[in-house]
Design a protein around this ligand. Sequence first.
Ligand SMILES: [Zn+2]
Length: 123
Amino acid sequence: MKVTYRTKDGQFTTQLESETETGLVEQLVDFQNLLEKNTVCGSCKSPEVFWNIRENDAGKYFEKKCNKCFAAMPYHVNKDKVKKGGLYFSYKDKWAKYDPSVKKTEDDAKVFTEEKPAAKGKK
Ligand SMILES: [Zn+2]
């Protein structure tokens, strides 16, 4: 079955297609997590939130970032065996502003390769 889905704000549209309802829901959840969650800054409540990518020697870091106060919500990259190229956030993640006094390189690297905790029982 095919479904055309538009985000609540009307900004994005996607085509979902699967032979099963579970397959459709998986695609829908991914799309909603990507484009319909964390659309308001958790720090200052501004709706001026955009995708951002930071890069350093350890890799790329995907985040949603507030254009007003610059707080960011990190998204993690799925391991290939879970979902190649997938992005997710977990409910323990919080909007935070960059603090140059905190050396986070090791934590960032760990977060960058962290496995999706919600993957259990997904199928
Ligand atoms: Zn903000």
